[in-house]
Ligand binder design. Sequence first.
Ligand code: MRU
Length: 366
Amino acid sequence: MIVQAVKWIGDIDGYLELVDQRKLPIEFATLQCRDVEVLFDAIKTLAVRGAPAIGVSAAYGLVLALQKPTDNIEKAMELLTKAREYLASSRPTAVNLFWALDRMQKKAAEVSRASRPRIAGKACPELVEGMPAPLKAFREAILAEAIAIHREDVEMCRRIGQNGQKFIEEGAGILTHCNAGALATGGQGTALSLMFEAQRNGKKFRVYADETRPLLQGARLTAWELMQAGIDVTVICDNMAGWLMKQGKVNAVITGADRIAANGDTANKIGTYSLSILAREHGVPFYIAAPSSTFDLSTKSGAEIPIEQRAAEEVISFRDAQAAPTGVGVYNPAFDVTEARDIAAIITERGIIEKPNIERVSQHLT
Ligand code: MRU
């Protein structure tokens, strides 16, 4: 059973239902987002997380924004633009958020232009005021676009898994970091999708899940998801990965991505960079699995990717347990960048980019 992290319930007046990932694995609870503010908080506090899941949720967030009372499309566009800016300020690194919001805004602009009354084939925007605007159709088109983004994500995840499952050999040991599973996407995940597809193909393998300090997405979420699927999973502390490789227990490292620059440099959860260096040192291939919506060709290299800094409390405590002295200095970047030269291949829904570089990334995406 693969969990569905993001669900839209109902029609244009419906709501977004998220699996509340802050509570896993202790409790499986859902969170209903009925306005943009609740969704913003859910993204910020990682109730919903993982680059594609954030993107899909934000797209539905714009549907929620249009539930505020309005009487014409121009006002609806204002609500949408305001919500777009607000949601875009929730988290800076995962580009899927901006990708989804931009796509929604573009669709809204197109539909609003097409909805203006026309006289003799010419648009007459001045006539919109005071006229019963086809607001319902506009809102339906916005919901349809969010659903399309979601459906495409489901399909991309499946294809990523199918394209990449060949990298998981019978009997292999696979190391993964953070959570790039169904919880992190609209579908069956990216890195974990390879594992689900390999399992479907009858392969037996073992996954080592880095616990992924400070918020433990690996220990809490990846371990939970893989256990649900009946995949052999072992949790390790982040600082055990090198020793595991030294013993020959890791045949491949597979992670997801939050943003991939034009040259293939890849931002992912803090700790991924260290893993890539360890993998290089031990001759272990390092794979990234991500949909094309995670590429940002306007970012030339990893140096340009904005890295989210998060609150000190996340490092010095977990839930109610304090782990360091109050007032100690803390550094808490949520992501780091793995250099393209240390990536054996990037697996997307379109296929495989072997040894990624600027030419290969561009060729793959065009
Ligand atoms: O801070 P998070 O939990 O949102 O970070 C998530 C990751 O780093 C994932 O590996 C990445 O978003 C890929 S998810 C398919």
